[in-house]
Design a protein around this ligand. Sequence first.
Ligand SMILES: Cc1cc2nc3c(=O)[nH]c(=O)nc-3n(C[C@H](O)[C@H](O)[C@H](O)COP(=O)(O)OP(=O)(O)OC[C@H]3O[C@@H](n4cnc5c(N)ncnc54)[C@H](O)[C@@H]3O)c2cc1C
Length: 263
Amino acid sequence: MPGPERGATPSYDATIADRVDLTDTIAAFRIRPDGPVMPFTPGQYVTIGRVGADGRLVQRPYSVASSARRTEAGYELFIRLVRAGALTPLLFATKVGDRVTLKRPKGRFTLRPDDQRTHIFIATGCGLAPFLSMLRTLDDDAAPRKVIVLHGVSYADELGYRSELERWATDPRWGLRYVPTVSRPREPRNAGWTGRTGRAETVLGPLLDELRLPPAESVAYICGNPEMTVTAEEILRGHGFDAGSIHKELYWPLGSGRSSGAA
Ligand SMILES: Cc1cc2nc3c(=O)[nH]c(=O)nc-3n(C[C@H](O)[C@H](O)[C@H](O)COP(=O)(O)OP(=O)(O)OC[C@H]3O[C@@H](n4cnc5c(N)ncnc54)[C@H](O)[C@@H]3O)c2cc1C
């Protein structure tokens, strides 16, 4: 992960074109480059940078959440504020029109073309972002696949893009099953939540038992909190998935952060 670059003289080359706050600590940002929007494959990330009070440029990667077929408006990103972090406090202090650095899309955590196996997408928090890009792109291509989306959050109000996912889940053209789960059901902020409870990795095993997905006809993508990612992979292996049918994106290094379900 890139650290602050001492003495860098950055020239901002992109603008925050839109910002929608979901909670105090989760927001969707749309970043528009000064030049053309580089094409990307669903699942890839871009790198955003902003100069801090000490004059250093801080850069971090963020998965693109928008459709790969709708690049004209820029890249949509779904970001959690890490209060003790280096970049996100700078980003959350921005407003529409502020400037950032932007590096081109990269990454191998991508949707394979023409893969007709059942896809199971497992995300914590903002780890939903690459899956949104995949789903939105498939939707724009009128090529829906059979997909299960397991999204784990601490609080129900962190279930970003819930209405979009619920709409796909009720659309007969899609074979989409949306499985949101909250890990802190007893907290007042979750009052009224009647859905599944527990961390994504706790829900995954029973969900696989319930779905009875044939491993040879299924592929899993896991994204977000690194501890969840490792545990989810173990559960999938225990249910017969081989290593080649499991794709992972860890949002920060294993063992370096909080072990909460947040991402
Ligand atoms: C390929 C890739 C794509 C990513 N996409 C996204 C994305 O779409 N949305 C997003 O919000 N983040 C995403 N991240 C994480 C992002 O790059 C930053 O690490 C994160 O925003 C924190 O940056 P920071 O500079 O504020 O904190 P840092 O100073 O980098 O982090 C401080 C410490 O906080 C912990 N930490 C980092 N992120 C989190 C978190 N979300 N929750 C709890 N603890 C954390 C880590 O232990 C880290 O060492 C992605 C990471 C990678 C590698």
